[in-house]
Design a binder for this molecule. Structure first.
Ligand code: HAM
Length: 425
């Protein structure tokens, strides 16, 4: 057998037809939920100028330092395939003067993002995000709303045992003082921590709390929690949000170690975790980013949002054994015996499709037996059989696959017959 020459690039995947019902199920749930919460669609280019992400996501982050797909285009401009949506959403908001719209401006996006990561279960170099942003408002009720979009979606999908992790990482006023405290605390443990943490202490100290290295865990456990160092504005914001969560009976875990891997966050950060979807178990992550607009040269514009990875959602659907309500298989198979019969099924199938009946026919020179086998494998509800005898009587033999009964139906009556069976419009 010939050896195929090409395989998928590492860290990417084909979503084969058999998996598509899962994606359709999730995309339909997304559309229902965004509609319910009043979010409008915003489509962005898949690539942007590199500097947008360097500034927006932050120079010291793993994404910018190690993971971006960056290249010079033919005009010499440095371009990056988007590693996330938020910076692009803010760029678009500022560029198109969306601040003139009633605030908050609430948008959602959907599409591929690219990160050169070490591929593992649930972690890919191209993944698909459902992204939600609400811009122009400081209100903690908006943090709650954004979190509720995620919550509602996951409930709608039928997920069980998810856990909401929340934290506040303060603002430009209170965070520097906390970082001093954190670095001071780490001074005592310099010889116990990993090399990455040593670097993080210099470049991005908050990220030491996120370290997965076993040796660093006891040090992290004893680190001062940032929520104890919040300024009164950040504290009130966080307390109000927690109050709302409690009012709605939304269980959450206060996670002092949750700091997120992107630099733009202020105040609220959150993730939704699920067990068993691979090394990375966050099915969704987000937070508030009140300083991002200014970093991009815009006027102060608060914002809050999240993104959720579709591949992880689909993994979780499978892992939790969630049965999908529908697949989109054709309902009718047209089998023919002989050339003239084929002409007639081409015509009948065309009429059926015009009337919204999902049907397929046999192609090529297949024996009649092989056609019936194909109908079986395609799990259709009805097989329509047309041979010389049926042509002579201007009709078809309709075989009901479940039960195997057959009845003769005239061509003229076929559409209305199929409609009485619930097919078509
Ligand atoms: P993020 O946590 O980097 O946040 O990514 C959001 C979600 O995308 C993750 O929770 C996960 O479900 C999925 N994800 C991330 N990386 C991968 C990967 N390599 N393979 C598969 N799935 C992945 C952001 O991107 C922020 N922009 C979210 C946000 C929006 N914050 C505010 N607004």
């Amino acid at each position: 057998m010939a050896k195929i020459l090409y395989q998928l690039p590492k860290g990417t995947r084909d979503i084969l037809p058999e998996e598509q019902p899962y994606w359709q199920y999730v995309e339909e749930a997304i559309r229902r939920v965004v509609q319910l919460y009043g979010y409008e669609k915003l489509d962005l280019p898949i690539f942007e100028e590199t500097a947008l992400f360097q500034r927006g996501v932050g120079e010291g982050t793993d994404i910018v330092e190690k993971e971006m797909y960056t290249f010079l285009d033919k005009g010499g401009t440095s371009i990056t395939l988007r590693p996330e949506f938020t910076a692009g959403v803010m760029r678009s908001y500022l560029q198109h003067g969306l601040s003139n719209l009633p605030k908050p401006v609430k948008v959602w996006s959907f599409g591929p993002v690219f990160r050169y990561e070490r591929p593992q279960a649930g972690r890919f170099r191209q993944h698909t995000q459902f992204n939600v942003e609400a811009l122009g408002e400081q209100d903690p009720a908006l943090d709650l709303e954004v979190m509720s979009v995620a919550w509602h979606l996951f409930e709608e999908l039928g997920f069980k045992n998810l856990s909401f992790q929340i934290n506040s990482i303060g603002c430009q006023k209170c965070r520097p003082k906390y970082l001093d405290k954190l670095v001071n605390y780490y001074e005592r443990y310099k010889s116990d921590i990993c090399d990455d943490c040593k670097k993080r202490l210099k470049k991005n100290p908050l990220r030491v709390l996120d370290c997965k290295n076993p040796g660093c865990q006891p040090v992290i456990e004893g680190a001062p929690p940032i929520v104890d160092s919040l300024c009164s504005e950040c504290r009130t914001h966080f307390e109000t949000l927690k109050g709302y969560l409690e009012d709605l009976n939304r269980p959450y875990s206060l996670n002092h170690r949750l700091v997120r891997g992107l630099d733009y966050y202020t105040k609220t950060v959150f993730e939704v975790w699920a067990q068993g979807i691979g090394a990375q178990n966050a099915v969704c992550g987000g937070g508030r980013y009140d300083g991002l607009a200014e970093v991009l040269g815009g006027p102060p514009t608060p914002g809050v949002g999240f993104a959720s990875g579709l591949e992880r959602i689909v993994l979780l659907l499978k892992q939790q054994g969630i049965i999908l309500p529908h697949g989109n298989k054709p309902k009718v198979y047209f089998a023919s015996r002989g050339k003239e019969a084929k002409r007639q099924i081409v015509r009948l199938l065309s009429d059926s499709r015009k009337n919204g009946i999902e049907g397929v026919m046999s192609f090529g020179e297949r024996s009649f037996k092989a056609q019936l086998r194909e109908a079986d494998r395609r799990s259709v509800e009805y097989t329509l059989i047309l041979g010389e005898e049926e042509i002579a009587q201007k009709g078809v033999l309709v075989k009901t696959m479940k039960g195997g009964t057959q009845e003769f139906i005239l061509w003229d009556d076929l559409l209305s017959f199929l409609k009485t069976k619930g097919l078509g419009r």
